[in-house]
Design a protein around this ligand. Structure first.
Ligand code: PLP
Length: 368
């Protein structure tokens, strides 16, 4: 039996006619930039996220980049974030000329440890960027308290967590801005790249909106330098077809997670810890196991997809060596990078597939 890590063809089969019709509508209109589909998606994602405003952008990366630029963060500034994340979080901080300052993670949730943030604040700190890893919102109350005390912006990297909640609040709506990604493997994935920024701050919204189009306002007059961060209407059209399914798909992932959790009870598998204040969307189902690399080899041999998110923490990436961090600086992030692995969790998994995955994990563990 083959169990891929993610099977987008299975999802597409359920919505194919609608996606084709929606994309065709854009093509027939030949409104290939901006237009009603982008505006409608912005309205709907803002509503879904309990935010007043949303700006569609070209990717999750550009959502973060635009946010940093619109907040005026650049040369000489510091941004506090986690080293245990996808590269884009930190790459964007570096690209605006600011300095990434890392704070280790909570080993249970894999999110930034709020108790370690304040020690990293300096007079150069401009923002905190928590990442809601694997779909679970970071511990936002203490983060917002520290931010308020030191007058810092909070940029939520919510690329993996659209519609998940913390104390009933939607991810992306708690900080100054929230950044979503529509990369195809995210819970709400486009048919290519895309992203969205949400906020409740009208002035910031206006800045994000102008920044998305080269900082142009009025047309061909530029008060500042922006970029081409626009979301394609073809992406918006496909995403509008998928959006009504998002809750069902996330519920399917939670059901699969519960199924796995039960099967792994009493084994050496450390199943995901979910903060009781959070409802996660399980963008990934991540376990810790002894002999992780051998288990991955075993599962791949059995045609079961699995992956490490992420094998090298950002403070140990070659391109960030100039920051002067070294191995041992963030032990929990380094330990997680050596021990975690993601199993297939997508909603279309059948019971037979889940049983095959758990049986293969268990049989490996019993012989090793
Ligand atoms: C996917 C992701 C991004 C970047 O999103 P893209 O749409 O791929 O540019 C940023 N941060 C995190 C945590 C992500 O998972």
């Amino acid at each position: 039996m083959q169990v891929p890590l993610l099977d987008l063809k299975a999802q597409y089969a359920t919505i194919k006619d609608e996606v084709l019709a929606a994309v065709s509508e854009v093509l027939e209109s030949q409104q290939c930039i901006g237009g009603p589909k982008v505006a409608e998606l912005e309205e709907k994602v803002a509503a879904l996220s309990d935010c007043k405003f949303a700006v569609g952008v070209s990717s999750g990366t550009d959502a973060i980049l635009n946010s940093l630029m619109s907040l005026g963060i650049g040369q000489g500034d510091e941004v506090i974030t986690t080293p245990f994340t996808f590269f884009a979080t930190v790459g964007c901080i570096e690209r605006v000329g600011a300095r990434p300052v890392f704070v280790d993670i909570d080993p249970k949730t894999y999110n930034i440890d709020p108790s370690k943030i304040e020690a990293a604040v300096t007079d150069k700190t401009k923002a905190i960027m928590p990442v809601h890893l694997y779909g679970q919102v970071a511990e936002m109350d203490p983060i917002m308290e520290i931010a308020a005390k030191h007058n810092l912006a909070v940029i939520e990297d919510a690329a993996q967590s659209i519609s998940s909640t913390y104390k009933g609040k939607k991810s992306g709506s708690i900080g100054t801005v929230g950044c979503f990604s529509f990369f195809p493997s995210k819970n709400l994935g486009g048919i290519g790249d895309g992203g969205m920024i949400v906020t409740n701050d009208e002035q910031l919204y206006n800045q994000l909106f102008i920044m998305r189009n080269h900082g142009s306002k009025p047309k061909y007059y530029h008060k500042f330098v922006g970029g081409n961060f626009r979301l394609d209407p073809i992406q918006a059209a496909a995403l509008l077809v998928k959006l009504p399914h998002l809750d069902d798909w996330s519920e399917g992932r939670r059901r699969n997670a519960a199924y796995y959790n039960e099967k792994f009870e009493g084994t050496a598998v450390q199943t995901p810890y979910i903060n009781p204040d959070c409802v996660t969307i399980y963008n990934q189902y991540v376990i810790r196991v002894p002999k992780r690399d051998e288990l991955i080899a075993h599962l791949r041999e059995k045609s079961i997809g699995c992956e490490i998110y992420y094998p090298v923490p950002m403070h140990l990436q070659e391109c960030f060596s100039y920051l002067g961090y070294k191995a041992g600086d963030f032990p929990e992030s380094e330990k997680a990078a050596n021990e975690v692995m993601a199993l297939p969790i997508y909603p279309e998994l059948t019971d037979e597939m889940k049983d095959f995955v758990t049986e293969q994990v268990k049989s490996f563990l019993s012989f090793n």
